[in-house]
Design a protein around this ligand. Structure first.
Ligand SMILES: *Cc1c(COP(=O)(O)O)cnc(C)c1O
Length: 373
């Protein structure tokens, strides 16, 4: 037997740069503003439904196609169940889309067929999914102030591929928070000759959504999740809306029981209790406005956000120094120490109380920096 089993691992996997999720530390009293989780719990009815389903039936397999949830989502979005694919978090839908639509570089008949395309910065999982699949990555920078480039701008250079097998667009964008106009997205979808997946993980905090594009264009998929807006990160439920042929293809290659039963129950009940969640969206949006104004008053550059987080450039000290000082004061935010994002922090919008504490402690850190200069 060999004592170096690492040699059995495929070179692609040996060299892989895996996705780095935000930390989930167990520090008491920590205010966690680093992974865009919802500060408010699932509704009482959803918690009851999960508890009621937690009995001897846990020994049974869940419905393999999440059929009831599919039907309820179809009614909610005024589409057919055949237009819906339910996934183990929307991350699974993204991973399956790469496998369904993109050829690994070695078997691609031309480079575009083997290309996963996305804007930078956007969701940092996309390059990892491409790498895992052995696909070509085509990252293209966003326009000034993280705006969506127009099709004309994309045609005028910068390496955009209108034939890319799969284009992934985070909308509204993460980690910038930028909202994109539906008609701008429509123009882009129409110009693409491959699949466009609109990743709407944060859309409930935005002014517009692009769901209609999933039925207007047969090359468009819209991905949604129960994680962020519906407080169900723990249970992993997401879904995709699109043309039945695309949905069927995703369905073909998923795990037999890809969505856990408690997740199906929780998501189904969530859709019967939307009023509770809509109230929370409004609270988070109003807290976001308040925090944005306060931070601007303190000298932070704050990008306009249509999500449940804000991207900021802090004053007087490097973002990394701010990260450390906030952490000392039990405030955890996200810093991306790479790809041109070194000067920024991403701050999840917590509850009103959490954000008041955040603002207080931020002011005291700022004072320290002012005295040091
Ligand atoms: C959080 C997130 C997802 C994934 O959410 P799931 O928990 O897997 O449903 C997808 N896209 C973006 C942009 C996200 O921020």
């Amino acid at each position: 037997m060999s004592s170096t089993p690492g040699k059995f691992i495929r070179p692609l996997v040996q060299q892989l740069h895996p996705y780095v999720p935000g930390e989930q530390p167990k520090i008491s009293g920590l205010i966690k503003l680093n992974t865009n989780e919802n500060p408010y719990p699932p509704s009482a009815r959803v918690l009851e439904a999960i508890k009621a389903a937690t009995d001897a039936r846990l020994r049974l397999y869940p419905n393999p196609t999440s059929q009831l949830l599919r039907e309820k989502l179809a009614a909610f979005h005024k589409v057919a169940p055949e237009n819906i694919f339910v996934s183990n978090g929307s991350d699974e839908a993204l991973a399956l889309a790469v496998r369904v639509f993109v050829e690994p570089v070695e078997t691609a008949t031309n480079p575009s067929r083997g290309t996963v395309q996305y804007f930078t910065p956007s969701y940092s999982l996309y390059p990892v999914l491409a790498e895992i699949h052995g696909a070509r990555q085509n990252p293209v920078p966003l326009a000034e102030e993280f705006q969506l480039p127009t099709v004309k701008e994309l045609r005028n250079g910068g390496g955009w591929d209108f034939d890319a097998a799969l284009t992934l667009v985070t909308t509204p964008n993460a980690p910038t928070g930028t909202g994109y106009e539906v008609e701008a997205l429509a123009t882009l979808c129409k110009a693409q000759r491959g699949i466009v997946l609109l990743d709407e993980a944060y859309v409930d905090f935005a002014r517009q959504n692009a769901l209609e594009l999933a039925t207007r264009y047969s090359n468009v998929l819209v991905a949604r999740t129960f994680s962020k807006a519906y407080s169900l990160c723990f249970l992993r439920v997401g879904y995709c809306v699109g043309h039945p042929d695309l949905i069927q293809a995703l369905d073909k290659i998923r795990d037999s029981y890809n969505v856990n039963g408690l997740g199906q129950v929780a998501a189904l009940t969530t859709l019967s209790d939307l009023k509770y969640y809509r109230t929370n969206f409004k609270r988070i949006i109003s807290t976001r406005h308040h925090v944005t104004q306060e931070l601007r008053g303190l000298g932070f550059e704050v990008f306009p956000s249509e999500t449940n987080f804000i991207l900021v450039r802090p004053p007087l000290a490097p973002a990394k120094e701010w990260l450390l000082q906030l952490r000392e004061k039990k405030l955890l935010v996200r810093w991306f120490g790479h790809s041109g994002m070194e000067d920024y922090l991403r701050i999840t919008i917590g509850s009103e109380e959490e954000m008041e504490i955040f603002l207080d402690r931020t002011k005291s850190i700022l004072k320290g920096f002012q005295q040091a200069t």
